[in-house]
Every structure is written in C-alpha cells, then in structure tokens.
Design a protein around this ligand. Structure first.
Ligand code: ZN
Length: 249
C-alpha cells in the first residue's frame, strides 16, 4: 500500500469516498438490480460488533442523501439484537431509508442441516424480532466452498450471488468490482486510488465497526470500540441496579 495516498478510516474520508464514487455510478440496492442493469454501486454494511456504530454511519449517509444496506447478525456474541435499544436503532436505520438484511453466521449450522433451511429460519427470526420483512442476506466470513455454491433462495437475495459478485482471483477485472475493508485493510484494492470512470459495477463492503470520526489504526480502533462497549455495559448495569438497596457493610 502506498502510504502517501492512503486515507484513514474516518467519517470524513468515508463521506468523501461516497461522493467520489456516486459521481460515476448510480447507487442501488440489491432488489433494484436485475440481469439487464449495466451500471451500479451497491453499498453494503456487515455489522459485527456495534449497532451504535452502524447507526452513526447510517446518519452520515442520510445527510449525504444516500441509501445503503445494513446486515445484522442474530447470533453475534458482541451485541444483543433482541434488546429494545438495539431494535429501536435498527428500525431508526430503516426509517432513514436504508435496507436491513441478515448477516448469516454459519457457526451453528451442522453438516446434516440444509443451509437454505438454516438461512430461511434465521431470516424469519430477524423478521419477527424487528417486525419488518427481510429479503436479503450476506454471509459472515464465507469460505470459498460457500461462495462457489452461488446460493439462490426463492424470495431472498444473496449478496454473493452472481448478479452482485464474481468469484475470481482476477478481482481487478471481475464483472462486478468487489471492494472490502475487511480486517481494516483494502485487500481488493484501495478505493481512494481507483479510477471509477473505468468501472461499471461495484459492490462496496464497509464494516461500520472499522470507522470512527477520527479514523484510527486497527489497534486504536479496537481500543475505542472496547471503550464504547464498556460504557454501554456500565450504563446498562447502572440502569438495572438503581433500585438495589444500599449496602449495610
Ligand atoms: Zn461478517
């Protein structure tokens, strides 16, 4: 990576990136795209650790007049999707005009289970929890075998199906250019240095957990994230313990 052109993971730079790409490509959601769509930019967010950070990013996009796609886990050990605070935040994200989908964690899917049934079951859970219909899903850390399946389920959109993604090692020439900030790095190319005038289709995967107002490196970003989660659990304990009687000794 060329350090002279590297831009940090700050909200300011994220907004600049969206402005830059949307100057060349129309921003679309998964359900707006079909086989005859010739140009698009899909903005996808997989939420791993913090619904607060997802909400902060959604607000930035709303200010820019941009709609994107947020995928939440129901099996995360980092956040509780069933809490009232989190349900309210996700519904607020939806109200801003963004789409909400399932981020599929296959960790509990055993080899005898049909993967389609597993996903449909999780989609139904998410839909029931939020009280909204869900029609899209993204895989969490999919292995190649899963991507090769090009899984299609009636009534649902897989972010890795061939309409939105091409599994190839020659990623620079893929029919859909895949850009991802996974692991806090641009493994498939730094979008700040790409020439979007030469690209027709883009799926941009941005993890809200990676980004902050100040744009920190990986270690500091996680330290901030831990601070935020720490504050969240302290607030929760305070609220729950307020009615406890005073200690006598
Ligand atoms: Zn993930």
């Amino acid at each position: 990576m060329n350090n002279s052109t590297f831009k940090n993971f700050s909200y300011h730079n994220y907004a600049q990136l969206l402005n830059q790409i949307s100057g060349y490509l129309p921003i679309m959601s998964y359900d707006e795209i079909n086989s005859s769509t010739s140009r698009f930019l899909i903005i996808r967010h997989d939420v791993e650790f913090s619904i607060n950070r997802a909400h902060a990013m959604a607000l930035i996009e709303e200010k820019l007049g941009i709609s994107s796609n947020y995928f939440f886990q129901i099996r995360s050990n980092s956040y509780n999707l069933l809490s009232k605070q989190n349900i309210d935040m996700i519904l607020s994200i939806k109200k801003m005009g963004h789409k909400v989908g399932l981020h599929v964690h296959l960790g509990s899917c055993n080899e005898n289970q049909d993967i389609k049934d597993y996903i449909i079951n999780d989609i139904n859970i998410l839909s029931n929890i939020l009280g909204i219909s869900i029609n899209s899903f993204s895989f969490h850390r999919p292995i190649r075998k899963i991507l090769e399946k090009n899984l299609k389920i009636d009534g649902l959109l897989n972010t890795y199906q061939d309409l939105f993604f091409e599994l190839t090692d020659d990623y620079e020439n893929a029919k859909v250019r895949y850009i991802s900030d996974s692991n806090h790095q641009w493994k498939y190319g730094d979008p700040f240095n790409l020439k979007f005038e030469n690209i027709q289709k883009v799926q941009l995967l941005i993890h809200p957990d990676n980004w902050t107002k100040s744009g920190e490196n990986n270690l500091k970003n996680f330290m901030y994230l831990i601070d935020e989660k720490n504050q969240e659990i302290r607030d929760t304990f305070r609220e729950e313990c307020i009615t406890y009687p005073p200690e006598l000794n």
